[in-house]
Design a protein around this ligand. Structure first.
Ligand SMILES: *Cc1c(COP(=O)(O)O)cnc(C)c1O
Length: 246
């Protein structure tokens, strides 16, 4: 993929996504500047990440650590987000790389992140991933344990908990994805409001993807994670770093 063909692909899609965000913001009287769009580049080659940055979309996300590590040095000027689950044995690969971790969901992971950040003299930023629907198929902290996890994690000296993240359950085939997700987003927002009244640094709501970003914006998302609507259908597996035509 040449850099101009990558940009020709991303630019109009980004305009469309920005217009969707602007319209959703208008409905609820929010400024679009309060919604950070994260371009999820998983399975796509770094050329698409570079095209996003060239179009002014500098926040990029990956769901696998390995893929993030390959793309981070290949895409200059991006700010990276890890939106997929994190195993403790990968903590070393992530801490110190200026990555916002969206998937902190248990105490032992919090301990590992803070311990590694302490070795590096840094502070790891994280969002708590919440399993809003208590869906056994999904990761994340159970709703009724979330406040305790925040209270625990924020006491760790090298960890900064800045908000909450969720992935709602898949909608039924006959449901409108945005409508179906809305109650889950509302629940995350309620939990954030509750947390924030005790812990003022718990601000962010990372929620909303290509099919349901309107509902997320309506419910107060401060970060939306958009893949398909920006970069097209995903490839079969993680991008492996095979030859890249430029
Ligand atoms: C892949 C992914 C996204 C993007 O999903 P789309 O529906 O393609 O926009 C968002 N969040 C997470 C956690 C993901 O893994």
């Amino acid at each position: 993929m040449t850099s101009s063909s990558a940009q020709a692909l991303v630019e109009p899609r980004l305009a469309t996504v920005r217009a969707r965000v602007a319209r959703a913001c208008e409905e609820v009287d929010r400024s679009p500047a309060t919604v950070l769009i994260i371009g999820v580049t998983k399975t796509h080659p770094p050329a698409l990440g570079r095209a996003a940055v060239a179009c002014g979309l500098i926040d990029l996300g990956e769901n696998r650590v390995q893929e993030l590590l390959v793309k981070q040095p290949a895409v200059a000027g991006a700010r990276w987000h890890l939106v997929g689950s994190l195993q403790r044995n990968k903590v070393r690969d992530v801490v110190g790389k200026q990555v916002l971790v969206h998937s902190l969901d248990r105490r032992r992971l919090a301990d590992a992140l803070s311990r590694r950040a302490s070795e590096l003299g840094s502070v790891q930023r994280a969002l708590i991933q919440v399993n809003v629907a208590d869906d056994p198929a999904k990761g994340g902290c159970p709703v009724d344990e979330t406040l305790d996890l925040i209270a625990y994690a924020r006491e760790l000296p090298h960890l900064a908990v800045e908000g909450l993240m969720t992935i709602p359950p898949l909608p039924a085939p006959d449901e409108d994805p945005s409508e179906a997700a809305r109650e889950h987003f509302a629940r995350l927002r309620g939990l954030r409001d509750q947390a924030r009244s005790q812990f003022p640094e718990v601000i962010h709501l990372s929620m909303g993807m290509s099919d349901d970003l309107e509902a997320a914006v309506a419910e107060g998302a401060t970060m939306i994670r958009v893949g398909t609507a920006l970069f097209g259908p995903r490839g079969r597996g993680p991008w492996q770093g095979q030859e890249e035509h430029r």
